[in-house]
Each structure stands twice: as C-alpha cells, then as structure tokens.
Design a protein around this ligand. Structure first.
Ligand code: HEM
Length: 402
C-alpha cells in the first residue's frame, strides 16, 4: 500500500474497506502522515507513543477547534470554543470539568444502572423470543437511552428522540441520516433541534430543580459565579452526544467481535470471571471513537517532521490501540488481557468524563450476554456508518440462540 493511496478522509475506507490495514501501514512507514484533503489537510498520528504524547500536552496541542474534523464545533470562531468541555483548554477546561464530573457520581451511576438494566432486559427478552433481529437498532440503543433517561431525568421516549438527533448530528455525512437539505444543513438542523430540546428542559429545571445533570449545572458555582446559560446547554449537549453515540456502537461491535472469535466467546461463557478484563479488551478492540482532533498552538517537531502552528492533527486511538509496541500480539483479541492501557477513552485532561458510565453500560451488557449464554450468528448484511470519527455499525441483523 503506498502512502498516496491512503486517505483517512475517504469514508468508503470505513464503510467497506479495511482501515486497520491502512493504520498498520502508516504506523510502520509514515507515523506522522500528512493526509491531504480538498480544502487543505491534517496530520495523522497513528502510533501509541505519539498519540499519548500529544494527548498529554494540552498547551502545545489545543482542543479549541473541537474534536471532530470538519464536523461539529469546527471553527476557531465557533461559539462552543472555551464553553464546552471538549472544545476548551486549561484553565477553562478544568472548571467546566469539575462541574460536569459531579453528574457522574455514585448515586447517578446507580440510578442509571437501574434504567439501563430494565431497558436492556426488555430488549434482550424480545430479541430472544423473536429468535433474532437487528441488534444495532433493537438492543444497542437501550444502553444510552437508559443512561440519558437517568442523567437528564426524562422518559424513555424523550431519551430515544434525543438519541435520534445526536445520531443525525454525528452521522450527518451518512445517507441514512442526511436530510434533503444536504450535509451542512443536516448537521446544523440537528444541533438546533437538540438545543431546542435542552433549552426547554433548562426552563423546566429552573422552575423545578431536580437531581439531574441540567439541575446540577444550574446549581454550579465557583467564587460566587455560576455557569452561563450557553455553558450549561453546550455541556449538556456534550454529555448527550458523548453518551449516545459511543456505547451503542461499542455494543454492536462487541457482538460482531464475538461472532468473529468463537473461541474467545466460548472462553468468556465458560469463565464469567473474565468479564472485567473482557470489557477493557472490547474497548481496546472496538475503539469506537476512532480519532480526536487537536490544533498545534506553536511550531512543533515530531519524529523530525515540522508541524507549523495552526495546523490540525488527528490522534488515531483505534490505530494506537493496535500498536504492537504497546500491546503484545496487538492484533489478537484476548479477553483475559492484563494490563491493558488502551486509549479508547483518550488520556490526560480530556480523558472521557463518561468513562464510568460507559463501563457500567458495557459491563451490564456483557454480564447479561454471559448470564443468558447468548450466541449470535449473522442473518444479513452488516451496515456501517459513513464516518471516520465513529466506527459505527448501523445495522447488525443476527439470529440468536441461548
Ligand atoms: C465506549 C464509550 C466511549 C468512548 C470510546 C469515548 C471516547 C472518548 C474520548 C476518546 C474522549 C476524549 C476526547 C478528547 O480528548 O478530545 C472522550 C471525552 C468525552 N466523553 Fe466519552 N467516550 C465514551 C463514552 C462516553 C459517555 C457514556 C459519555 C457521557 C455520558 C461521554 C462523554 C464524554 C465527554 C463529555 C467528553 C469530554 C471530556 C473532556 O473534554 O474533558 N463519553 N470520550
């Protein structure tokens, strides 16, 4: 494979190609790679060492332009910059993180686990009774729906509606979600609808505070100053998108992974004590959030290559997590792998604030699959999301046997 043939912006690579082969080539031959695009380009870092080093230097590598290439919250003038966790740098980031983190406390995770368990059990009961179905649409969404119902204090129907909107926002380049108005307006339209939803919720919580995320952000205060309305909305949006788009894709990818690795599946069913290490290995293996974006704040040199201030870098978690120099037999799924210092959630100051929620959801799913001894076989074509940001499965038709 020649460098010129690798285009990490080519969505076909993620829908029907093999991005893992492209990343393996880049790690070996061009670890600091300039990926040209029609409107410029970006640097792609693919080794574990480089990706973790850049994560750990938020001064030289800023988050102000957001985490998605050419997608949401993209421009330096975007109003989200400095107001939303994922698009902010220290010191603002530290303050916002302190407040948002409070919504992920033990009490909230306990309440969320109750919701997730109830929704998931229903969906698995139905799937089993029917002998199968589309795991990606019938089961996977119950995980974030349960979490958001608890975190936002809303009902199942509203949680599913919010899920649909955030999926449109992230999948705005995918034919299943793009609206007649075109990609750009699909993205903006979905964002506006999410903001309308959250603004209405904010008004309700102002009138009658509860114990949910919006009420927690409304009550947040530092040195006598609270968060502004736009900070509350942006961070509620950040949690909604972070929570909705990652765990369901991870759940479907886990089922696909189990189908492709029957020996590891048997090993897990035979030894349920492996659930803890299995969950971590699933996060490493599936790395749903393929990359995050940073902007160089000054001229820097990486592996002898000069990166001028202002240029964009992409840190490919999914590639770093298959780097042989960090993981022995990196291309082998090992549900007992320990230690497992994967980068699926990033690292350092922006490390996923929802990690405990993701852990809870995926652990409940894996425990339930093992408890019911569910085994899946494909019953149709797997369809992937047209995105290089989220490694997502849109449709996963399966037959299921207990
Ligand atoms: C498999 C599940 C998940 C994966 C793979 C994942 C991945 C990530 C990654 C890689 C980052 C770092 C972004 C950066 O450095 O720019 C991040 C941040 C974040 N995630 Fe997650 N995430 C997951 C689940 C969740 C959940 C369940 C939530 C919320 C309910 C969430 C909310 C967030 C938020 C708000 C941030 C921004 C944190 C900050 O900037 O300080 N994520 N996530």
């Amino acid at each position: 494979m020649a460098t010129a043939l690798i285009d990490l912006d080519d969505l076909d690579l993620f829908v029907s190609g093999d991005p893992y082969a492209a990343w393996a080539w880049l790690r070996e031959h061009a670890p600091v790679y300039w990926n040209a695009t029609a409107d410029g380009g970006y640097w792609a870092l693919t080794t574990y060492a480089d990706v973790s080093a850049v994560y750990r230097d938020p001064v030289a590598f800023s988050s102000k332009d957001g985490t998605v290439l050419g997608g949401s919250f993209r421009s330096a003038t975007d109003t989200a910059t400095g107001q939303m966790l994922i698009c902010s740098d220290p010191p603002e980031h530290r303050l916002l993180r302190h407040h948002v983190h409070k919504a992920f406390d033990k009490r909230m995770m306990h309440a969320a686990a109750e919701h997730v368990r109830a929704y998931l059990t229903d969906a698995l009961d139905r799937l089993t009774a029917d002998g199968g179905g589309d795991f990606a649409t019938e089961v996977a969404p119950t995980l974030p729906a349960g979490l958001l119902a608890a975190m936002f204090g809303i009902g199942r129907a509203d949680a599913l509606h919010l899920l649909h909107l955030t999926r449109t926002m992230i999948g705005f380049r995918d034919e299943e979600y793009v609206r007649d108005s075109g990609e750009a307006l699909t993205l903006v339209g979905a964002q506006v609808e999410i903001f309308d939803f959250l603004t209405e919720l904010l008004d309700r919580r102002r009138a009658e505070p509860g114990e949910d995320l919006v009420s927690i952000l409304l009550a947040a205060e530092t040195n006598g100053r609270g968060l502004t309305e736009s900070q509350i909305l942006y961070n509620a949006l950040n949690v909604a998108v972070g929570g909705n788009e990652t765990t369901p894709f991870t759940a479907s990818a886990i089922v696909e992974t189990l189908i492709g690795h029957p020996e590891e599946e048997r090993r897990l069913h035979d030894d349920p004590s492996l659930v803890g290490t299995a969950v971590d290995e699933f996060f490493r293996w599936t790395s749903t959030n393929a990359y995050v974006r940073r902007t160089a704040t000054k001229d820097v040199t990486l592996r002898g290559i000069r990166i001028p201030a202002g240029q964009t870098l992409t840190l490919w978690n999914a590639s770093a997590n298959r780097d042989e120099s960090a993981f022995p037999h990196a291309d082998r799924l090992d549900l007992g792998r320990a230690p497992n210092h994967h980068l699926a959630f990033g690292v350092a100051n922006h490390r996923c604030v929802g990690m405990s929620a993701a852990w809870m959801e995926i652990t409940l799913l894996v425990e339930e699959l093992v408890r019911r001894r569910l085994r899946f076989t494909p019953s149709g074509k797997i369809e992937r999301l047209a995105s290089n940001f989220m490694l997502g499965i849109k449709h996963l038709p399966v037959e299921v046997a207990a």
